[in-house]
Design a protein around this ligand. Structure first.
Ligand code: SB7
Ligand code: NI
Length: 184
């Protein structure tokens, strides 16, 4: 299982690389990476398991964060209505997005960043993504709210982008144009 010692921190060059596409159908090795990422995210949200192994809670994780430069992500998060989005995905890609933005009022954090970076992180309010599931099914997901934000954070990781790249340098809390705050 993945624990904190497997997670690379900012400064590691893998976090700035554009990750490789996964060749489909995915190899058993790539399927195992996807399943392990999802397992971490689920474990990290379990109070007993996270305490036992010292896991920092996360609602998503991307392969570059465990030093694997491949387009693989996992997300395990509930929307505002309590609907669970639990996915391990290959080659996720945003195929369309809203003009409207959204942002978490408390900002974002990252398991690969061991400090608080204050500021609003502007994201698209709604996105449509295409990806292939760990089971090998090609899917299209229409996402909004917190769920859309998490997917954008993870898709950024496979493109070498960190959440703080999006924060306004002069004023981290500058109003986000066309943006709606999300309180989580
Ligand atoms: C806040 C937290 C996350 C995504 C979006 C907003 C996930 C944090 C865990 N990760 O570092 C995953 O890459
Ligand atoms: Ni992150």
């Amino acid at each position: 299982m993945i624990t904190m010692k497997d997670i690379v921190l900012e400064g590691h060059p893998v976090l700035r690389q554009v990750a490789e596409d996964v060749t489909l159908p995915a190899s058993v090795e790539d399927q195992e990476i996807a399943r392990k990422l999802l397992e971490y995210v689920i474990n990290s949200q379990d109070p007993i398991i996270s305490e036992k192994y010292g896991l920092r809670p996360g609602i998503g994780l991307a392969a570059p964060q465990i030093n694997v430069s491949k387009k693989i992500i996992a997300v395990h998060v509930k929307d505002e209505k309590g609907k669970l989005y639990s996915y391990a995905l290959f080659n996720p890609k945003i195929i369309s997005h809203s003009v409207e933005k959204s942002y978490l009022s408390g900002g974002e954090g990252c398991l690969s960043v061991d400090r608080t970076v204050p500021g609003f992180v502007p994201r698209y309010a709604r996105i449509t993504i295409e990806a292939t599931t760990v089971e090998g099914e090609k899917i299209k997901l229409r996402l909004k709210g917190l769920v859309a934000i998490v997917f954008q954070h993870e898709i950024d990781h496979i493109n070498g982008i960190m959440f703080y790249d999006h924060i306004n340098k002069e004023n981290p809390f500058a109003p986000v144009e066309n943006g709606t705050a999300i309180d989580r």
